[in-house]
Design a binder for this molecule. Structure first.
Ligand SMILES: Nc1ncnc2c1ncn2[C@@H]1O[C@H](COP(=O)(O)OP(=O)(O)O)[C@@H](O)[C@H]1O
Ligand SMILES: Cc1cn([C@H]2C[C@H](O)[C@@H](COP(=O)(O)OP(=O)(O)O)O2)c(=O)[nH]c1=O
Length: 414
């Protein structure tokens, strides 16, 4: 039971809780205390309005934890008409990997629909459910059980907390969303190989490719950018002009597995994309001995999409520009040049529509979620060693090609 792990040894009182009440503002931060604390108006309003619950998912098994979290998220999204569901998390300041994610549920239905569904969640050992009560100016949280409504009489009083230096959604990124070595990503797919047989096949392909050897051969040039910024058009043209080999990440051999991993929770999906880079890197090493190599997406996409998805809310919530999260993995082959294609959002939408293809879930999200697009673009720009050079991709394909050829000739020995 979660209350015995996440909240053991009085840990509850060292924890900070953050509820994403509105994605455009700061979360509501609070701690817990054994003593009552007078709350000001906005806290009273938040905790005192109707029935309020929170639930947290934790487990020593990170795959199980991610899957339970994803399943609950899907189920809760179906309740949205009767309930307001907010993302929440809890962490111990300055303690790595102490983040536990969850949801806050305000039930507006009569009789309470959420209680029925919370009963089922609670049967899962990794889920812990709390309810909130307001008494005058005080509010407390207590463990919730459908049997006797509250499992323990212990009241944990809500105490407002100040805004931390780093947004809490940045705390769990390392090794859950972004992997900084092949081994870290490899381990995730090993851990889920029993429940997801496709991961065995992917690991086999990684093993077959072997290690990438850095070569002093021809230059390797990566083209990055959001969907429909013109990467395919440009990379094809560069292949012709430079007599180059064209590669992409994820590599072609992973294409049959893409759909499967795209529907898995972030930790699994991100490990899959990370491993794709290592396969592409091995191909880059071999091919650059024979000819220049052009690569359609690589590490910048892997890290930028992962960070932008993991970080909720505004661009300001991203890890700081000097964060180690933007560093290149030591064991991943570095290209000689990374170019990022930029077009304004309206032109990109026009190109997406003209193309009229199916879009990945993430690209759909980019359209409806302007904040997400801004975060991906900003994360691209912050990635270091090598960083990317911005290219204005709004002129005609021919002009973009000429501009890029000039850059390549300037920066690489060609
Ligand atoms: N420079 C350009 N000007 C106008 N349209 C372009 C340009 N480059 C690409 N396109 C068109 O925009 C769409 C998306 O381009 P594509 O190369 O497939 O992007 P990506 O590979 O980045 O998703 C395609 O229909 C393509 O023909
Ligand atoms: C390479 C890569 C792509 N992605 C996502 C970003 C985009 O939503 C999507 C685009 O993949 P891509 O293969 O470029 O799509 P298409 O060829 O159909 O235009 O994949 C990641 O999340 N991580 C990665 O490492």
């Amino acid at each position: 039971m979660l209350s015995r792990t996440m909240f053991r040894c009085g840990q509850m009182y060292s924890r900070v809780f953050a509820v994403e009440v509105d994605l455009l503002t700061e979360p509501l931060y609070f701690t817990l205390s054994a003593k009552p604390h007078i709350l000001h108006h906005d806290y009273q309003r938040f905790f005192g309005e109707g029935k309020l619950f929170s639930l947290y998912v934790d487990s020593d098994n990170r795959i199980q934890k991610a899957q339970t979290h994803a399943e609950i998220k899907t189920k809760l999204s179906k309740l949205e008409r009767d309930c307001v569901v907010l993302e929440t998390c809890s962490y111990i300041p300055d303690v790595k990997n102490s983040v536990v994610k969850g949801f806050c549920i305000r039930d507006k239905s009569t009789p309470g629909i959420s209680e029925e569904i919370l009963k089922t969640f609670r049967q899962n050992e990794s889920v812990c459910v709390f309810s909130y009560k307001l008494d005058g100016q005080y509010c407390w949280q207590e463990l919730w059980s459908h049997v006797n409504q509250t499992e323990k009489a212990e009241r944990q009083y809500i105490t407002p907390a100040s805004t931390p230096l780093y947004h809490p959604s940045t705390l769990g990124i390392r090794s859950s969303d972004v992997f900084y070595s092949k081994e870290e990503a490899y381990m995730v797919l090993q851990e889920c190989s029993d429940i997801l047989p496709e991961s065995k096949a992917v690991l086999q392909l990684v093993d077959e490719q072997g290690e990438s050897s850095g070569s002093d051969g021809f230059p390797v040039i990566v083209i990055e950018g959001l969907d429909a910024t013109g990467k395919t058009t440009l990379t094809e043209a560069l292949r012709e002009s430079l007599n180059a080999t064209l590669l992409k990440s994820p590599p072609q051999c992973l294409a049959p597995f893409r759909q499967c991993f795209d529907s898995e929770p972030p930790v699994i999906r991100r490990a899959f994309y990370a491993l794709g880079n290592y396969i592409t890197a091995a191909q880059m090493g071999k091919e650059s001995l024979k000819a220049p190599v052009i690569v359609d997406r690589y590490w910048h996409s892997t890290a930028a999409y992962a960070i932008a998805t993991a970080v909720s809310g505004r661009v300001e919530n991203l890890p700081r520009p000097d964060s180690e999260l933007y560093q290149w993995p030591e064991d991943l082959l570095r290209p000689n040049l990374v170019l990022m294609l930029n077009v304004n959002p309206e032109e990109r939408m026009r190109r997406l529509k003209d193309r009229g293809q199916d879009k990945t879930i993430e690209e759909n999200e980019l359209e409806v979620n302007q904040l997400f697009r801004l975060k991906v673009e900003e994360a691209y720009k912050r990635i270091q060693n090598p960083s990317c050079i911005s290219v204005d991709a709004s002129p005609s394909p021919q002009e973009v090609l000429q501009q890029v050829l000039r850059l390549i000739r300037n920066k690489c020995q060609l």
